[in-house]
Design a protein around this ligand. Structure first.
Ligand SMILES: [Fe+2]
Ligand SMILES: [Fe+2]
Length: 187
């Protein structure tokens, strides 16, 4: 685990690395509460943004190399939307992560998806609420919710994310909307 932390430190800038440690730490805390393997949660946290510190050009060219299908909305926002899918491939290929659940948690950490595993939910939520985050609304409520009703925390995060993106006139990945619809219906 220490080796992985140091390897990741070398491919991220200082603020991304701080965020990464925050996600790994938060994911470990949530894993403890929900009975998930803590070491898996830490690995997923450390690896979730392993493809984030790259140029758009590099992101697209690596995605093509790995045969990742790129949608139009992803092509217009490569770093923001493709780093999760690419991250899962790099985690497998470059960082020797072979656990399917960890790889899925990396792949779906930005948009979520229907029927997520507990580890996927944990990484998604940890990414949003790790201690270094201080800009998003409702962080206090989300942090409290996450430890006793993770699905409700997930829905609140998705709602706030969609609202933020539409306020800023930023593009929304349809996958995010699908995740929100699915988990809103479950409430
Ligand atoms: Fe990310
Ligand atoms: Fe992240």
């Amino acid at each position: 685990m220490e080796d992985l932390r140091l390897v990741i430190k070398h491919v991220q800038d200082a603020s991304r690395y701080e965020h990464t440690l925050g996600v790994a730490y938060t994911a470990a805390c949530l894993a403890g509460v929900y009975g998930i393997d803590t070491r898996k949660a830490i690995r997923a946290g450390l690896l979730h943004d392993c493809a984030k510190c790259m140029s758009d050009l590099e992101t697209i060219s690596l995605c093509k190399e790995y045969g990742i299908a790129i949608s139009e909305v992803e092509m217009r926002n490569p770093s923001a939307l493709l780093h999760a899918k690419l991250g899962a491939k790099l985690a497998f290929d470059k960082y020797n992560e072979k656990d399917e659940d960890v790889l899925a948690a990396i792949e779906y950490h930005t948009t979520g998806r229907t029927d997520m595993s507990m580890l996927e939910k944990i990484v998604f939520v940890a990414d949003y609420m790790e201690p270094g985050r201080d800009k998003a609304p409702n962080l206090y409520e989300i942090r409290k919710l996450a430890f006793h009703d993770i699905d409700k925390a997930l829905v609140t995060i998705l709602q706030d994310t969609l609202e933020y993106l539409s306020c800023k006139n930023k593009e929304i990945d349809p996958a995010t909307k699908r995740t929100l619809e699915y988990y809103s219906e479950q409430q």
